[in-house]
Design a protein around this ligand. Structure first.
Ligand code: AHG
Ligand code: MN
Ligand code: MN
Length: 313
């Protein structure tokens, strides 16, 4: 391993070179630090369910609760975050500091797809970052977003206004740049259908059938982060989690799942809608707000809109 190359391609160097405001850079960097502890706990700990205790009698935390604790601690440590929304917290958390000028608010899913860890499938962390004291903003106002994939490799993808870039955790515990200025294919060959077929609306059913008739390959792991990561890095295509008869607004949450992924997908030249409107333009007013989602290559997202506008028979 060429150590100097790894030092030069480290995450902090990249953030500084990108000219990102120091507070925003430290948030992205500290989530990277937190992800190393989450990664370690996931691959070494015998983490049972919350409420059990380990051999030292300490309360054992479920991995997603532990991940939440670690990320919350690192965000507080930056001294630049005034409010957070976490999938694991039932209300907005205010850090006991008057947000300094240039403070930030962060929405995150500490461990998306956490139930997949027990069957050794890839999971992820998803983060949206806003300037100021209000974490409940339209996704269009994000100043940055990122995700971490805990898979065969641990990779971190971030965007903060100057391209979207991928880093891979090396054996020294450093995130080193592995792909820079990512772009998604305008049209792809993968579809991730989401939901349960018997609950599909007529429009969604017809749209999914259209993709299948066109030979799209079904790729659906049950993990939003690795499924999106595959569309971004590999064949392009579309991830969907539709509104259904039983769940009109779908399953995925706007503040900490859809907004950050939509920010990144638009930044790489893709798109993300609720079938009609851009995810980033949706008014975000509740920490548990859900929305149907069609996210990925631009052509497929636009095709979905035609089915929902009733233009396609
Ligand atoms: P979480 O584990 O944070 O609740 O999120 C899981 C989500 C997302 O990762 C995935 O796309 C979706 O659940 C899968 O849902 P189904 O199991 O209903 O397909
Ligand atoms: Mn989630
Ligand atoms: Mn989660």
């Amino acid at each position: 391993m060429n150590i100097i190359k790894h030092v030069k391609r480290g995450l902090w160097n990249h953030l500084m070179k990108s000219g990102i405001e120091m507070g925003l850079a430290s948030i992205i960097y500290e989530v990277g630090v937190a992800s190393k502890y989450v990664n370690h706990a996931m691959r070494t700990g015998d983490l049972g369910l919350a409420g059990t205790s380990n051999l030292y009698g300490e309360d054992q935390l479920a991995l997603d609760v532990l991940a939440d604790e670690i990320i919350k601690d690192r965000l507080d440590h930056t001294g630049r975050v005034s409010r957070i929304i976490s999938e694991e917290q039932s209300e907005i958390i205010i850090f006991d500091r008057k947000s300094k000028a240039g403070g930030y608010s962060v929405c995150y899913d500490p461990l998306d797809g956490s139930s997949l860890v027990d069957v050794n499938l890839s999971v992820g962390t998803i983060v949206a970052i806003y300037a100021g004291d209000d974490p409940l903003q339209s996704g269009r106002h994000q100043v940055g977003a990122m995700y971490v994939v805990y898979g065969p490799r641990t990779t971190l993808v971030y965007g903060a206004g100057n391209g979207v870039h991928e880093f891979t955790l090396n054996s020294l515990g450093e995130y080193v740049l592995t792909r820079e200025y990512l772009t998604v294919k305008k049209q792809g060959n993968i579809y991730s259908p989401g939901g349960v077929r018997c609950d599909y609306s007529l429009e969604h059913e017809k749209f999914v059938k259209k993709l299948e008739d066109e030979g799209y390959k079904l790729r659906y792991s049950g993990g939003f982060v690795p499924d999106i990561n595959q569309i971004l890095l590999k064949g392009g295509g579309l991830f969907m989690y539709p509104g259904t008869a039983t769940a009109k607004h779908g399953k995925l949450r706007l503040p900490f799942e859809l907004n950050p992924m939509a920010y990144l997908m638009e930044a790489v030249g893709g798109a993300a809608t609720d079938g009609r409107r851009a995810i980033l333009d949706l008014d975000c007013y509740d920490i548990d707000q859900r929305s149907p989602v069609y996210i990925g290559s631009r052509d497929e997202v636009e095709l979905a809109a035609k089915f929902f506008a009733g233009d396609m028979k």
